[in-house]
Structure formats: C-alpha cells, structure tokens
Write a protein that binds this ligand. Structure first.
Ligand code: ADP
Ligand code: MG
Length: 171
C-alpha cells in the first residue's frame, strides 16, 4: 500500500519553508493532472507551532508574490494563483476566533470548499466536525525546544495520497 504518512523534522524555519515548497510542487502536479480539482488541507497544532508559517510558504511556493498574513480576524483570506495548471485559488482560514462552529457557513465560505485549488484551515477543531472532509492533515509540533519541531503530512483520501506520492524527493 502507498505510504499515507510523511514525517520530517524542521529545526529551522528554512526547513519548514522547504517542505512547504515541496508540497506546493506536488499540489501543482496534482492540479495539472486533475484540472478543476479541490484539495482540502487542515493545519493542526498548538499556538506557535508554525501553522501560519507553513501556509505562507506553501502559498508563496504556488507562485503568489504578495504578502500572506494571518487570517485571524477575517477568518479567511483568498489568494489567486496562476500556475502551469491554470488559474486557481488558495483559501487560507484561521477559525480560532469563531464563536459558533457554523460561523464559517454563515459567513458564506462554503463555496470555497470546492473551488479549483485548495483550502488551508488552521484550527479546524473550532468547527466541531461541520467542515467538508479533509484530504490531507498537516500536524505541526513545536516541542519543548527548537530541535524537536516536527511536521507530519497525513493523507486522508485518495487525492491526499496522490499528493503525498507526488512529493519531490529532493529540494
Ligand atoms: P501558528 O500559526 O501555529 O500559531 P506561527 O506560524 O504564527 O504559528 O508562528 C510560528 C513562529 O515560530 C514564527 O514566528 C516562526 O518564525 C517561528 N519558527 C521558528 N522555527 C520554526 C520552524 N522550524 N518552523 C516554523 N516556524 C518556526
Ligand atoms: Mg496561525
């Protein structure tokens, strides 16, 4: 069976950036092979674990040139992408400040979960299981000191598995 889990130690932010850029390449291949596809990705980990940092490098790795800020107050920030796979959108969510699990739906964000491209969701647990299923879960741990930082990519669907299989083996 194909490997559904990929683990890497990321002691420096540069290593986190490199892994996020590898994932960007893999998503780009996947979108080329499946035009119009949507990938749903969760970012799980404590405050300061590096979720926003990972999202920033991933979105910039897809060619986005502007600033990627934390969507803490807006809940969602859209980033238009123009890649070899065509036009798509990265929607970056941070649900930490939601007061109700369905606030994301009331804000009209449902349609983002099947738009061509991908969604990246920080604090998905705040939605209490009301979000569409995830294809990939990214688990980040900061650990007690910098040397124990770890990032796990866990495939939860066939699309997620295809993404992991396409991860470039070298930078
Ligand atoms: P979160 O979104 O999970 O709350 P952030 O990405 O906002 O976390 O913050 C992580 C902080 O840790 C950033 O200031 C980042 O520069 C720093 N950092 C240090 N080492 C790393 C690493 N190896 N990977 C990711 N971030 C790191
Ligand atoms: Mg964050």
């Amino acid at each position: 069976m194909a490997q559904d889990l990929f683990t890497q130690h990321c002691r420096q932010e540069a290593e986190t950036a490199a892994l996020a850029r590898k994932l960007a390449m893999s998503i780009d291949y996947l979108l080329q092979e499946n035009p119009g596809a949507h990938l749903n990705i969760s970012l799980v980990g404590d405050l300061g674990a590096g979720k926003t940092t990972f999202a920033r490098h991933l979105i910039q790795g897809m060619g986005y040139q502007g600033r990627v800020k934390s969507p803490t107050y807006t809940l969602c920030e859209p980033y238009p992408l123009e890649t070899s796979a065509g036009n798509s959108t990265a929607h970056h969510f941070d649900l930490y400040r939601m007061r109700d699990p369905l606030e994301w739906q009331e804000a009209g964000f449902s349609e983002h979960f099947d738009a061509p491209g991908f969604c990246l969701v920080e604090w998905p647990e705040k939605a209490e299981g009301t979000l569409p299923p995830f294809d990939l879960e990214i688990h980040l741990t900061a650990g007690e000191d910098e040397n124990t930082r770890e990032i796990k990519l866990h495939a939860l669907s066939s699309l997620g598995l295809a993404t992991l299989e396409r991860l470039p083996s070298s930078y």
